[in-house]
Design a binder for this molecule. Structure first.
Ligand SMILES: *Cc1c(COP(=O)(O)O)cnc(C)c1O
Length: 362
């Protein structure tokens, strides 16, 4: 088999090798079925079992109660930027947004088309280097909901505790840190996440919605844009991304075999600490973007003294088998995405590489 290299891509991103191998083994013919997952009807018994196992896997890992529906939708997290306000803003037609990075800004843009948006905090003034402090939040107690982004993938800034929002329903874009640790889902009215960062391939989006929120979805909404449609049809109103959901099933099984999300979280902290220690111990050679208390465990963003030196490092790293370290085009610098499936050994090897690079180019 071809050797694999280290994949630091921000998304679509690395998947567990065990999952890839299992999918490969079953790809030609699902055991006992004689057809590929790509070929079977989404109305078949075989597919239904996969669909339920994927849902059940998410439900168990995050300890989600029956008050919530678990959906697998399409259109990416980006479609949720529209679906959330279309469904949840009425009848008040006003919502609070906490902006701590680029994705939050994109979500905000769509919400503004639906109603009035109050910016509860905007961290652009500090270059999205940290999330706001609780006392910096300017919340409207009468807002239909508060939206925040738990991990800003581009800037590498993460909330380590949810904002406290009292009785206002909390909505979270968790695209790049879903399943990286246990969270208390009961604190949320809705969580959404594109699968392609920490959960599966692109083309499927997880939505966890508290069922009482569905009362807000008006019948005048387009059928496909109405959460009620998808809850009532168990995400099978139209043809779902059957292959993507199958991979999510395998990923949730991989996570629970590993010891669940507490074990995953310990591993994630260990990996991130290795890399941040390398940055902090470099005497300013590597400059971390995020402030310490807001550092992301998933996307480690940093700079070198000049763009030329950054390019040199990226070029050499690519040759050495470390792919995807270039920062997002909007912010530059470097970004190492080290999601759940990224191996510890890959982080250790990158740290050795970075220390060696500094020695040679310091
Ligand atoms: C990648 C990403 C998105 C966009 O996801 P798509 O599935 O491409 O629409 C939205 N929010 C966050 C936090 C992301 O990381």
């Amino acid at each position: 088999m071809e050797n694999r290299i280290y994949n630091f891509s921000a998304g679509p991103a690395v998947l567990p090798e065990e999952v890839l191998l299992e999918a490969q083994k079953e790809f030609f013919s699902l055991p006992g079925v004689g057809m590929s997952i790509l070929e079977i009807s989404h109305r078949s018994k075989t597919y239904d079992a996969i669909h339920q196992e994927a849902k059940e896997g998410i439900k168990k890992l995050l300890n989600i109660s029956d008050d919530y529906a678990i959906l697998f939708l399409q259109g990416g997290a980006s479609l949720q930027f529209s679906m959330v306000p279309l469904n949840l803003m009425p009848p008040k037609n006003k919502a609070d947004f906490i902006i701590n990075g680029s994705w939050g800004k994109k979500a905000l843009k769509e919400a503004k088309r639906v109603g009035t948006v109050n910016i509860a905090a905007n961290m652009e003034s500090v270059k999205f280097k940290r999330v706001p402090k609780q006392e910096e939040l300017n919340l409207d107690p009468d807002a239909a909901y508060v939206h925040f982004t738990s991990n800003e993938t581009i800037e590498g800034v993460q909330w380590h505790n949810e904002p406290e929002v009292g009785n206002i329903p909390l909505v979270c874009d968790a695209s790049s840190d879903i399943l990286h640790k246990k969270i208390d889902v009961n604190k949320y009215a809705l969580i959404y996440a594109g699968a392609q960062k920490n959960m599966g391939p692109s083309g499927v989006t997880l939505v966890i919605i508290r069922k009482d929120m569905l009362e807000r979805s008006q019948d005048s909404l387009h059928t496909m844009l109405n959460y009620k449609t998808h809850v009532e049809n168990d995400s099978l109103y139209n043809t779902p991304n059957t292959f993507g959901i199958y991979i999510i099933k395998l990923v949730t099984k991989w996570l629970s075999n590993l010891g669940g999300l507490d074990a995953m979280y310990e591993m994630n902290k260990k990996k991130a600490l290795l890399l941040y220690d390398c940055i902090d111990q470099s005497g300013g050679y590597y400059i971390g973007h995020a402030e310490k208390e807001s550092r992301s465990l998933m996307n480690v963003t940093f700079n070198l003294a000049t763009p030329e030196l950054e390019k040199k490092l990226i070029d050499e790293a690519t040759k050495a088998g470390f792919d995807g370290l270039k920062g997002h085009r909007s912010v530059g610098g470097l970004r190492a995405s080290i999601y759940n499936a990224f191996p510890l050994k890959g982080v250790e090897d990158l740290v050795s590489f970075m220390r060696d690079f500094q020695q040679r180019n310091g």
